[in-house]
Design a protein around this ligand. Structure first.
Ligand SMILES: *Cc1c(COP(=O)(O)O)cnc(C)c1O
Length: 423
């Protein structure tokens, strides 16, 4: 599409956008002047669906009126509350329903998956990860290496962009995997890098990883609900994600896990608890363990129903909007943001995120050279919520479910004004 740099054009795009009314289904924080905040932080915490309250109250009501019998009775019995979430998330991540489960939270799940999928031995014990991975992932990975008695300095291989570049080249990733092929036990990368917004070629990484005999997993915290995924087809071994970013489940919302059906072998070690026990015979409370077949066999505790209620509300909205429709709008929104920023023609601005739409999602990381956080604070004071990453990057995530083209236009106007004034 050919964009124009004008308010009228942004308005026109909104009029033509068949998903525009979906923003009415979300609450926006308010700016001091009473208008809606320009919210571009859905990659950190998605906005609250207006239906989240009903979904939560339904759980309160069932608890109030059914008490313990709420596990088996009511419109959404708690014993199977997560089933529907798994089915709906499976569509979003490109998996079979049996390969997906909603449980725990992200870093917990990452550690649990490494219990099953990081099985080092003296020849093959290394973990490959992107350099500058989200800190929680780094801590989890390092703790697993040490837990197994290896040295982080020796066992961790980090991928870094070439000098002067911000993003990893797929060729370089593949070369590194091949180079260390015999030693790599596990490849674990973000599907979409939280800092740069780069989408990694998960299919290619999975293929090459398997060629050299490694297990391949992804952290999809910034990818789930954001970009198209095909985990089953790509033969990814496992993936984990949180649901409070693009999936709008609310703070600390339940995590998501994918385990490829190729891995449903009973002899795969795992940490177990009663909720992973075969549901048909779970309550016989036997002392030998019979896991549920599928990802649900990795559950340990009974579900946090309150944290699932928000996710349920949000996934219903995703289904209404249609993920494919959202993808089309997502690309346009981000491309419009890119176009307007380039139009500013400011030497101090550099877009870090890849320029090819297939290599990114709903996020641009914008480097504001010769500026510091005070610039971001001024932007915030003008009613924009984005995200600042030291030393000089503003992350802006225009989310197709609730952001408009006008939001994007207004943000760039504010950015322009603030940059001009600040220096
Ligand atoms: C958001 C995020 C986390 C957060 O982990 P929690 O366990 O949910 O607190 C971890 N890793 C990545 C890559 C993230 O983007």
């Amino acid at each position: 599409m050919k964009f124009e740099n004008s308010e009228a054009f942004a308005e026109k795009l909104d009029r033509q956008d068949s998903l525009n009314h979906f923003r009415e289904k979300f609450y926006f924080p308010k700016h001091t002047d009473g208008s809606d905040i320009l919210y571009f932080c859905g990659n950190s915490l998605g906005l609250q669906p207006k239906t989240a309250q009903d979904a939560t109250e339904e759980v309160l009501e069932a608890w109030k009126t059914l008490a313990v019998e709420g596990h088996f009775e009511g419109s959404h019995p708690w014993i199977s509350y997560h089933d529907e979430l798994g089915v709906k998330m499976a569509k979003i991540v490109g998996a079979k329903p049996i390969e997906v489960v909603a449980m725990n939270t992200l870093t917990v799940n990452l550690n649990l998956m490494m219990v099953s999928f990081y099985r080092p031995n003296k020849n093959r014990y290394k973990i490959l990860i992107e350099g500058g991975a989200f800190p929680s992932d780094q801590y989890a990975v390092k703790s697993q290496i040490e837990f197994h008695g290896y040295e982080v300095n020796d066992a961790l291989i980090e991928l870094h962009p070439r000098n002067g570049e911000d993003n990893l080249r797929t060729d370089d990733i593949i070369k590194t995997i091949k180079k260390h092929g015999d030693e790599i036990a596990l490849i674990i990368m973000g599907g979409l890098n939280y800092y740069t917004g780069q989408v990694y070629d998960m299919k290619a990484i999975s293929e090459v990883g398997h060629e050299v005999g490694a297990i391949v997993g992804f952290d999809l915290a910034h990818a789930a609900g954001n970009i198209p995924l095909n985990l089953h087809q790509w033969q990814v071994d496992f993936a984990v994600w949180c649901t409070y970013k693009y999936l709008n489940s609310g703070p600390g919302g339940v995590g998501g896990v994918f385990i490829h059906e190729n891995n449903f072998k009973k002899d795969l070690p795992r940490f177990t608890g009663w909720w992973g026990y075969d549901r048909a015979t779970r309550f016989l409370m036997k002392d030998t363990f019979e896991p549920m077949v599928g990802a649900q066999g990795w559950q340990m505790s009974n579900g946090s129903i309150f944290s699932m209620a928000g996710l349920k509300a949000s996934l219903d909205i995703f289904e209404l909007a249609g993920f494919d429709n959202l993808q089309i709008k997502a690309r346009q929104l981000t491309a419009f943001l890119e176009f307007l920023i380039e139009n500013l023609n400011l030497d101090d601005i550099e877009i870090v995120t890849p320029r090819n739409p297939k290599d990114r999602g709903s996020q641009l990381s914008i480097r504001v050279k010769n500026n510091d956080k005070s610039l971001f604070d001024k932007i915030r004071a003008n009613g924009v919520i984005g995200d600042w990453r030291e030393p000089d990057v503003i992350r802006i995530a225009p989310v197709p479910l609730y952001n408009s083209f006008m939001d994007v236009y207004r943000f760039v106007t504010i950015l322009d004004k603030t940059m001009a004034k600040g220096n």
